[in-house]
Design a protein around this ligand. Structure first.
Ligand code: OAD
Length: 259
C-alpha cells in the first residue's frame, strides 16, 4: 500500500481500527504550519540562518550564555505566539478513537499539549522547562515574555533561584543524552505498538530516529507523513506525501467514518 497522496489507503484505516496501541512520533514538520521554523528545511529552516551546532551545545552555553539564552528565548517567544494547527488537533482527536495512544515528540514546543494531547513524551526536552545549569533546580518563568526578543538578540540568562548559577533551557543539546525515563518509555511503546506514525521528521537524528525501525522490527504497521522523501520511505508500509495539517484531519475523518 506504498506511496499515496492525500487519499488515505483503506489498509491504514483498517490498521488503525484494529489497533490497541498507537504511537505518534513527531518532528518539527508537525509544527511548521503553526509558523514554527523546522531545522533542516532549506531557506526556512532555523539552520539556514544559524549554525545550530554553534548554539545548541553545552560548550556554546558556557562560552556565550547570552547568545544561547537569547536564541532560545526567541524560540520560546515563537512557541508562545504559535497556535496548534490542524495536525496537532487531529492527533489529539485520534486518541479518542484508539484504546492507547502515545505522542513521542522531538519538538520542544508544547503545541501537542495545547491541542489536547494528554500523553506526550518529549525526547528532546521542552522550551518551557528551564532549569539551573548547575544544581538542576527547575525554574518557573512567566509565559508572557517581558519583551519580544528578536532573532539573534543577546539576553543574559537569569540566575537560579536556588544557587544563583545561570539558568539553561530545558532542551537536549548536541552531545547530551536523552532523558532516560522518557527514552525508555518511547522505546517500549514503539516495540509494543500495533501502528506507529512518523510525522514531520527528517528521520536523521538518532537515537530518536530509531523508533520507527524498532516498531517495524516488532511487527507494527509504520506510516509516514511528510511532503518529501526521507530515509524512512523505503521501510514504511505507507508514505503519505503531504502536509501534516492536510493529511492528518483526512485520516481522522476516515477512521471516525468507519467506527
Ligand atoms: P527537521 O527540520 O530535520 O525535519 C523536518 C521535516 O518535516 C522535514 O522532513 C520536512 O520535509 C518535514 N515537513 C516540513 N513541513 C511539513 C509539514 N507541513 N507536514 C509534514 N512534514 C513537514 O526536523 P526534525 O526531524 O524534527 O534535535 O529534527 C530532529 C532533531 O534535529 C530536532 O529535534 C533537533 C534537531 O537537531 C535537537 O535539538 C536535539
Amino acid at each position: 500500500m506504498k506511496n499515496t497522496h492525500h487519499d488515505i489507503p483503506s489498509a491504514v484505516v483498517d490498521a488503525l481500527q484494529s489497533a490497541q496501541r498507537v504511537v505518534i512520533f513527531t518532528g518539527a514538520g508537525v509544527s511548521a504550519e503553526s509558523g514554527i521554523a523546522t531545522f533542516r528545511d532549506a531557506l526556512t529552516g532555523l539552520w539556514s540562518r544559524f549554525d545550530a551546532q554553534a548554539l545548541a551545545t553545552p560548550e556554546a552555553f558556557r562560552a556565550h550564555p547570552d547568545v544561547v539564552w537569547g536564541w532560545y528565548e526567541w524560540r520560546r517567544a515563537q512557541a508562545l505566539r504559535a497556535a496548534p494547527n490542524a495536525a496537532h488537533l487531529a492527533i489529539a482527536a485520534l486518541a479518542r478513537h484508539v484504546p492507547e495512544l502515545l505522542v513521542v515528540t522531538q519538538n520542544v514546543d508544547d503545541l501537542h499539549e495545547r491541542a489536547g494531547s494528554h500523553d506526550v513524551a518529549h525526547l528532546h526536552g521542552s522550551l518551557h522547562a528551564p532549569r539551573c545549569s548547575a544544581c538542576g533546580t527547575p525554574q518557573v518563568f512567566p509565559d508572557a515574555l517581558p519583551q519580544e526578543p528578536d532573532e539573534g538578540r543577546r539576553i543574559d540568562p537569569p540566575a537560579c533561584t536556588a544557587c544563583g548559577a545561570p539558568v539553561r533551557p530545558g532542551v537536549v543539546w548536541f552531545g547530551e543524552s536523552l532523558p532516560t525515563e522518557t527514552w525508555i518509555t518511547a522505546l517500549r511503546a514503539a516495540e509494543r505498538c500495533d501502528v506507529l506514525f512518523s510525522i514531520g521528521t527528517s528521520a536523521l537524528v538518532y537515537p530518536a530516529a530509531e523508533l520507527p525501525q524498532r516498531a517495524l522490527a516488532a511487527g507494527a504497521t509504520v506510516v509516514q507523513v511528510n511532503p518529501v522523501v526521507t530515509p524512512l520511505d523505503r521501510y514504511a508500509h505507507c508514505n503519505l506525501h503531504g502536509a501534516a495539517a492536510e493529511v492528518m484531519p483526512r485520516l481522522v475523518a476516515a477512521v471516525s467514518e468507519h467506527l
